[in-house]
Design a protein around this ligand. Structure first.
Ligand SMILES: Nc1ncnc2c1ncn2[C@@H]1O[C@H](COP(=O)(O)OP(=O)(O)OP(=O)(O)O)[C@@H](O)[C@H]1O
Length: 260
C-alpha cells in the first residue's frame, strides 16, 4: 500500500466529500511500451506515462475538491477524460494512488444499473437484493417493493427469473429500485439508454425526486438536457484533471468552446 495516500468513508453527518491532490493510476502490465512511446496524445483518454518500466494510465491527476450537502454537480468531458474513475474515487471504490479522499455519508453508487442483480432469481427477489446493495434495510425495501413493481409495468414477469428479461426490461427493474432509495450521497453514471422513450420520460420525474431526496449528487453525463434537469454546477474533466469547475451553464459553454 502507498504510504502517502489514503481514503476514508464515514457515515456520520454532515454529508461531504473532500479530496486533496488525489491521483489514480492504472499500471498496464501487458502493454507494448515501445510502441506506446511513439503515440501522440489524442483528444480522448487519460495520459499514458510510457517512460516508466510498466506503462501507466494516469486516469486522475491532482484532484482537489470539496463537495458539501446540497451540491448538485454534473461531470462533463470527452470519452476517457476520467469521469467514471472520479465517481469511483468519490465512492471509495478506488483508493487514490497518491493524495487523499474522504467521504462522509452513505453512498449509493449507481454506475451500472445491472450490478448486484442475479439472473437466476426473480425480478421481485432482485428488487430486494439490489435495494440492500444500495444501502437500504430489508424493512425499507419491503415497504417499497409494491410501488417499484407497479412502476416497472413488468406484471407477471416479476415472478420469472431475471435471465428471461430483455435488456430494456432489466433496465426498467433497475431504474425502479434505484429511484426508490434514499441516499445521502448519490453518484450517478449515465447508462440508461436501453429503455424506450416513453419509459425514460416516466423515469425522469422519479430521478428528479430521487435527486431532491439525496444530500449530495455527482452525475456524469454526455446529455446537456439531463445535466440541466438534475445539476446546477459542473466539473469539466480533461485528461484526468479538473479543467474547470463552477456554474453548470458556464462550464458547458466553455466545454463546447462557446463564448462566455
Ligand atoms: N480499469 C481500468 N484499467 C485501465 N485503464 C482504465 C481503467 N478504467 C479507466 N481507465 C482509463 O482511465 C481513463 C479515464 O477513464 P474513465 O472511464 O474514467 O473515462 P470517462 O470520462 O468516464 O469516459 P466515458 O465518457 O467514455 O465513459 C481512460 O484513459 C481509460 O482508458
Amino acid at each position: 500500500m502507498n504510504v502517502d495516500s489514503d481514503s476514508t468513508v464515514t457515515t456520520s453527518a454532515p454529508v461531504s466529500i473532500t479530496t486533496t491532490g488525489a491521483c489514480v493510476d492504472f499500471p498496464i502490465f501487458d502493454a507494448k511500451s515501445r510502441s506506446l512511446k511513439k503515440t501522440v496524445m489524442g483528444l480522448v483518454g487519460g495520459n499514458i506515462d510510457s517512460a516508466a518500466k510498466v506503462p501507466v494510465i494516469e486516469a486522475l491527476r491532482d484532484i482537489t475538491l470539496t463537495l458539501e450537502h446540497g451540491a448538485r454537480v454534473g461531470l462533463v468531458g470527452h470519452n476517457g477524460a476520467g469521469k467514471s474513475t472520479l465517481l469511483r474515487l468519490l465512492s471509495g471504490i478506488y483508493e487514490p494512488t497518491r493524495g487523499h479522499a474522504e467521504v462522509r455519508g452513505r453512498v449509493a453508487p449507481v454506475f451500472d444499473l445491472g450490478v448486484g442483480m442475479d439472473p437466476e432469481i426473480s425480478g421481485l427477489e432482485n428488487i430486494m437484493i439490489r435495494g440492500l446493495f444500495l444501502g437500504m434495510t430489508r424493512k425499507q425495501m419491503e415497504q417499497r417493493v409494491d410501488d417499484i413493481a407497479e412502476f416497472t409495468e413488468l406484471g407477471d414477469f416479476l415472478r420469472m427469473p431475471l435471465r428471461t428479461y430483455s435488456t430494456g426490461m432489466r433496465v426498467r427493474l433497475a431504474l425502479g429500485v434505484v429511484t426508490s432509495i434514499d441516499p445521502e450521497i448519490l453518484l450517478l453514471d449515465e447508462g440508461i439508454g436501453a429503455v424506450d422513450a416513453a419509459f425514460l420520460e416516466k423515469s425522469k420525474q422519479r430521478l428528479v425526486e430521487l435527486v431532491e431526496r439525496s444530500g449530495l449528487l455527482v452525475f456524469a453525463s454526455h446529455s446537456d438536457e439531463f445535466l440541466r434537469e438534475l445539476c446546477d454546477t459542473a466539473i469539466w474533466m480533461e485528461h484526468g484533471r479538473i479543467k474547470q469547475q463552477g456554474d453548470l451553464d458556464e462550464v458547458l459553454r466553455a466545454y463546447k468552446g462557446l463564448p462566455a
